[in-house]
Ligand binder design. Structure first.
Ligand code: GLV
Ligand code: MG
Length: 313
């Protein structure tokens, strides 16, 4: 696992096509928590091999600050995966945090990537286990196996839902992925979101929602991303800088929630340690051990997002 990036925020995960030098240059100027340079579906088949060197050069030469930096390779059912991994990891150097594996169908695919990474790391002088893995669930088979997939390797840092490929795999009658379907009474992906979230959390992973393809509809994005934010997802993909701005807001707690979470922790500590009580009143509510766990989550998320507790007064 990549110790550096495992716990960093991923409210916004920006996709940058690896064949486009202009977009690669611009990448570091967009304040996304995580950026992935893509060799998969945003790169044309005839550009895939040339894109490997562009991506490795961008990692080495551009000022990426301390964000999570990732490369999405092609899936194991293509002919490019091993070449992507060997060429990019061997030449990108230590700054590359993780490899994203798309269309993961089974735990064996994650294990295969883990083994290949171990050999590449040994040959190019990277510390063993340096490169983490992000796995995308975007087929029906992947969803059926998501529990084994999330437990397949200590390198795994996140599990990601890919709504566009998933809709295609389900043969859903939609032409735009990752947006609401008005005719459906409720959230057509509720089961999928929940299943991936549970499998990810059971294995200590961050859980990420995929792209919203109406890239100019920022209010639509804000509203749609509430679904996974409220369930507990850590963040969502962004396809342009405006989407990054919206997502950094949506997947952060508010200052009020952050302060309240601290107040709950203080009140509960006082109750358990000084008064030896396990359940006490906090304003109009009763709080107990479960409240402490909920509050801790807000504090951790707020700290990841750079929040400081307001000074009382
Ligand atoms: C992302 O890769 C998706 O297919 O939605
Ligand atoms: Mg996809």
């Amino acid at each position: 696992m990549s110790e550096r990036s495992r716990d960093l925020p991923r409210r916004s995960c920006l996709s940058v096509p690896g064949s486009n030098e202009r977009f690669l240059q611009k990448g570091p100027t967009v304040p996304a928590d995580m950026t992935f340079l893509d060799l998969e579906d945003s790169v044309a088949p005839l550009e895939k091999e040339a894109a490997r060197a562009k991506v490795a050069d961008a990692i080495k030469s551009l000022p990426w600050d301390d964000r999570v930096l990732c490369v999405r390779v092609n899936a194991w059912d293509t002919r490019w995966t091993y070449g992507d991994v060997i060429e990019v990891v061997s030449s990108a150097g230590q700054r590359l945090d993780e490899i994203m594996l798309p269309k993961v169908q089974s735990a064996a695919e994650v294990v295969a990537l883990d083994l290949l990474l171990s050999q590449v790391e040994a040959n190019c002088g990277l510390p063993a286990g340096h490169i983490g893995i992000e796995a995308q669930i975007e087929t029906t088979k992947g969803l059926i196996h998501v529990e084994e997939i999330c437990a397949a390797s200590p390198r795994l840092e996140t599990i990601i839902f890919g709504p566009a490929d998933f809709a295609a795999s389900m043969e859903m009658p939609v032409l735009t992925g990752g947006v609401a379907i008005d005719e459906y009474p409720g959230d057509h992906f509720h089961y999928v979101f929940s299943k991936i979230l549970m499998a990810g959390r059971t294995n200590g992973l961050q859980v990420i929602d995929g792209p919203y393809l109406k890239i100019r509809d920022l209010e639509g994005l804000r509203e749609f991303s509430q679904r996974t934010k409220v369930l507990g997802y850590d963040g969502k993909w962004a396809l342009n800088p405006d989407q990054v701005t919206v997502l950094n807001e949506v997947y952060s707690p508010t200052q009020e929630q952050f302060d309240r979470a601290h107040d709950i922790l203080d009140a509960y500590r006082q109750a358990t340690e000084s008064e030896r009580k396990g359940a006490v009143m906090f304003g109009e509510e009763m709080i107990d051990e479960a409240s402490r766990k909920m509050a801790l989550k807000f504090v951790k998320r707020g700290e990841r997002a750079g929040f400081k507790r307001s000074v009382a007064g």
